[in-house]
Design a protein around this ligand. Sequence first.
Ligand SMILES: O=C(O)CCC(=O)C(=O)O
Ligand SMILES: [Fe+2]
Length: 409
Amino acid sequence: MSNDGAPAPLDRQSEPTPPPPSQPAPGNASDGSVLPHSNGNSTNDNGGQQNGVMVPSNVTHRLRLNPNADHKPDNYEDLDLDFSPFLFSSLERYLPPNLLPLSRDVKVRYMRDILLRYSPESERIRLQKHREYRQKIISNYQRLHRELYTMHATTFFVPSFLKAINENTEQGFRNIMSEPTPGIFTFEMLQPRFCEMLLAEVENFEKWVHETKFRIMRPNTMNKYGAVLDDFGMETMLDKFTEEYIRPISKVFFPEVGGSTLDAHHGFVVEYGMDRDLDLGFHVDDSEVTLNVCLGKQFSGGELFFRGVRCEKHVNTETQSEEIFDYSHVPGRAVLHRGRHRHGARATTSGNRINLLLWCRSSVFRELRKYQKDFSSWCAECQREKKERQHQSVAAAKLELLRRGETAT
Ligand SMILES: O=C(O)CCC(=O)C(=O)O
Ligand SMILES: [Fe+2]
């Protein structure tokens, strides 16, 4: 696909986006909590009497307007829930203070009641089906390298990357990174041995898929090959990957797109070659921050091309010459960029190229974005329009001053 046309939004094919952890703010209560918006006719509610009006009991459930940053939320990973356990941990910080010391069960019930109102039935069924799909794979697929399924930082990452993560300072990150164009960071990340093991695991998984004729979901709307790592058991490991290794960097370099609140991910591999996908058209990712690491093998071509960051409204606006940037993949080396940084991948002209992708998301950022129109802190076109407006108002003020000067003389 050409890089001149309009970028397509690249969505993941299989999994719906989790519902937001915070509620929209239709009515601020005086105690700083937010009264969730509801017309009260949800079929999941138990009726209750309030002020003489029949309302569902959970209409009275409130969340705080701002999260309690000092509160350490419970872990919900061992429970069988109809939403992601991480969503419950995020949402817990928004609970009214009197609920925080209560048992997990009480908190889960409270939060679930709120979440259910924002999750349509069809979405819930889809989530449930997807959970069953994953469960089927996980209970039948024989893992090749068990050590890949839990985080072993020293065998996964190169020492320079681990040192920067431990330092956790902007300078420490800059020491190992290059930023060849604003907002695109590249750095050595994965150990060659880890890349080899992950390649072998993916190959083993695909062999199993082929032998059992299991119909798997592909990673997104544009790749016909590749596999979703979260679907065959790597979700917990990739959660840690996102929270402990990508979020600290994103907090420093991408704070304006929710870099410090990344709380969900979609992890997958994409495969290119003569017998695989050839290239990837111009698109934006369904992520706030994307990590893209080449795992190998031998290949030529496959360069990434970037064309500036844009919000939804401006996604099809023209590219400025300074926004043109091309990057050639190097095995083990990571590229970190905003999901809204328009990009694509040129044809892999020989050999096979396999890349690890981690689309990192922030549910807080997604929720807040719904109430905003101006994204000049990260969209280059919003920024240009804002400057233009400022320029025009300065010009108008100058003209007005001149006019006043003329009438005074
Ligand atoms: O092939 C690549 O390196 C780019 C992949 C990509 O942009 C994506 O999957 O979102
Ligand atoms: Fe992408």
